[in-house]
Write a protein that binds this ligand. Structure first.
Ligand code: UD1
Ligand code: UDP
Length: 618
């Protein structure tokens, strides 16, 4: 049974309530069953006693092995210092993994260190998104941390879906539930024991006051927004208690603003005092992610002064209403909050997230072999068809030579109708890689044989009429190869004949066959026949190189080859590569190339638009 050492990096208040849950769970595991040694590193992002020390005391969090004492500062300076110092500690400790919580700068700094030192990163509370970045450093921290993580532990199932949408492999994501819910379930029964808050002294009574917290950049960076929010709270019909975050405290001192009516600002509270206030309040007004969830757990109506918040489950059930900066709406909700529907009980798990987190971490590390699921389709070994295909240009050239040496005659597909033996016809589908079609055409040309190249006029992968691709097809035709069309069986005769006219007109070359992609039917055009000729009537066995492999088998290993009979090779040169490679590698190359082409095209168009605009301006 392996034991693992994990560096857990924390730094701000919301991380202290989360680490409290995990550390206490770990502490209670019997010694002989302990698999995780937790090394707590505190960045010192929060340093005031009421934002940090008090939680260690009240929630019995082990003393950090080190407090880096980074403190406050411009975000990039704060991040830079954190990365530097966390980096030193992690290098010294050589842990098996780094674990982070939530979305603060301390989270991001540790994530960067972890990937720089090639250590697996575990992110608790991964995947939450609001898809809004302006003045929301937390969203940026979340996206970057998730993408650096090897194991994304989510507190809601929805977060997992966001990650899947961003291209994560499902094995990187585990739904564990919210450790804050664990703490809430435990803490609410301890409030009377551990809180000494006195409502009488505060001039409030249970059920007859609102509880507020405000600290987010988007509500505090602008003086106007902050003061209008606080003024609205001050005008509440019943008292509003606001434990004031130091960020806001400093700003109010600077603006010399004080409430004059129903707003009561108090110091930040310890966990139990805050919980007591929450459990006794009428409504909650908060832009805190943690408090929004706790209000939901406590079934307190919650007004969120944000455009949209991460905890959409609370909003959808009606327990939280987002008001952004609309203070009129805020005031009317302070008077009367519409009765919410019944909430989904399990949106944040079942209150046993600590056990699940530790189980997932141990399972992950037991299987960890230095590889992570970086690709959206999983580990490279798990990808479809990771066996290397033997469809190389050299092999194709050898195949032709062997067929020639074995007295095969190369003919047009319709010449496979009569029963004579040892004939082979080649039909190429020019799809997703016309350059490769040109290469196979050259190989055939160098050996003096002809094939039929079928174009798909409906393909969205290539523009057959672009200068480049048209030029390649012209070159193929000039070598003497014939042209066909790939069509679908449900295309009307009118559509097909329009396409034939279009292609013949454009390439100045007769279209000799239609190849029906749905069922391999061939329709002869040269002979004027309107009949479909199913492949089996061609007296030839059909071989294809669909999806990077010969199907049903390699032509030279086939019954047809051994028994002197004829063959129809229906090929997509897109699969041929200079070297043997996997189906997946070939596709990735195609995707990369297409992306590059699209971006070049966009740049070209943008430049030309700008040029046109400039001309108009002039
Ligand atoms: C940080 C997190 C935020 C989280 C919040 C929880 C980032 C980007 N933001 O915001 O996601 O919701 O913590 O509370 O990481 N200050 C003190 N004493 C302290 C700490 C801060 O006075 O102990 C003051 C300083 O003036 C500082 C300001 O608060 O400049 C902001 O602190 P900072 O840690 O940068 O961000 P928070 O607003 O606390
Ligand atoms: N909290 C607290 N005292 C307070 C305000 C908040 O103990 O005066 C707790 C709250 O109960 C929750 C956590 O702090 O558990 C949330 O942290 P915060 O609002 O600072 O950060 P966020 O959740 O917005 O990231």
């Amino acid at each position: 049974m392996n034991k693992y050492r994990i560096v857990t990096v924390i730094g701000a208040r919301p991380q202290l309530v989360k680490v409290a849950v995990i550390s206490n769970y770990l502490k209670n595991i019997p010694k002989d069953q302990q698999r995780i040694e937790e090394i707590i590193v505190h960045t010192g992002q929060h340093y005031d006693h009421m934002l940090s020390g008090v939680f260690f005391e009240q929630l019995n969090i082990p003393k950090p092995k080190i407090n880096l004492g980074i403190g406050s500062g411009l975000p990039e300076v704060q991040l830079g210092k954190m990365i530097h110092k966390i980096g030193e500690v992690v290098r010294e400790e050589q842990p098996d993994a780094v674990l982070v919580y939530g979305d603060t700068n301390s989270t991001l700094a540790a994530a960067i260190v972890s990937v720089q030192q090639n250590l697996p990163l575990i992110h608790v509370e991964a995947g939450e998104r609001i898809y809004r970045r302006n003045q929301v450093p937390e969203e940026i921290n979340r996206v970057l941390t998730d993408h650096a993580s090897s194991l994304c532990l989510t507190v809601t199932e929805r977060a997992g879906n966001y990650l899947i949408r961003e291209g994560f492999h499902k094995d990187r994501i585990k739904f564990v539930g919210d450790p804050m819910f664990d703490l809430f379930c435990w803490g609410k029964s301890k409030v009377d024991q551990f809180s000494d808050i006195d409502f009488n002294k505060m001039g409030i009574s249970a059920g007859n006051f609102h509880l507020a917290t405000i600290h987010r950049a988007q509500n505090t960076d602008s003086k106007e927004i902050l003061l209008s929010l606080l003024s609205a709270l001050d005008n509440s019909p019943i008292p509003v208690v606001l434990p004031i975050h130091p960020r806001v405290k400093h700003l109010l001192e600077k603006y010399d603003w004080q409430p004059s009516n129903n707003l009561k600002t108090i110091e930040p509270q310890g966990y139990f005092d805050f919980l007591k206030l929450l459990l006794a309040c009428k409504y909650c007004i908060t832009d805190s992610g943690g408090v929004t969830r706790e209000a939901f757990f406590a079934r307190k109506p919650c007004i969120v002064p944000m455009e949209n918040c991460w905890w959409s489950q609370a909003v959808e059930s009606g327990w939280a209403i987002e008001v952004n900066t609309d203070t009129e709406k805020l005031l009317s909700l302070l008077e009367d909050f519409p009765t919410p529907q019944k909430a989904r009980e399990d949106a944040f798990g079942d209150g046993n997230s600590a056990e699940k987190i530790i189980r997932e971490v141990v399972d992950f590390l037991d299987q960890y072999n230095g590889e992570s699921y970086w690709h959206r389709s999983g580990k490279f070994e798990d990808l479809p068809a990771t066996r290397k295909s033997d469809l190389t240009f050299d092999n194709y050239s050898d195949l032709i030579e062997t067929l020639e040496d074995s007295k095969y005659r190369f003919v047009e597909p319709l010449q496979l109708m009569d029963n004579s033996s040892r004939k082979v016809a080649i039909v190429h589908q020019v799809l997703f890689n016309p350059e490769n079609s040109l290469k196979t055409a050259r190989i055939e040309n160098s050996k003096g044989i002809k094939a039929c190249y079928c174009l798909d006029p409906e393909t969205k992968l290539d523009n057959l009429f672009s200068r480049d691709i048209s030029g390649m097809i012209q070159e193929i035709i000039h070598m003497g190869h014939s042209l066909g069309l790939v069509v679908a069986t449900d295309m009307s005769d009118k559509v097909v004949s329009d396409y034939i006219a279009l292609i013949e007109n454009w390439f100045k070359c007769k279209v000799s066959i239609l190849f029906y992609k749905d069922n391999g039917l061939i329709k002869a055009l040269e002979t004027g026949s309107n009949e479909f000729i199913p492949v089996e009537y061609l007296e030839a066995e059909l071989f294809q190189n669909l999806a990077g492999y010969w199907q049903p088998d390699h032509p030279l290993k086939s019954k047809a080859f051994n028994e002197d009979s004829s063959m129809l090779l229906s090929l997509n040169p897109g699969w041929f590569q200079p070297r043997s490679e996997t189906f997946f590698e070939t596709l990735l190359k195609v995707i990369d190339k297409k992306e590059e082409e699209i971006s070049q095209e966009l740049t070209r168009q943008t430049k030309s638009d700008l040029y046109q605009r400039k001309k108009i301006e002039l």
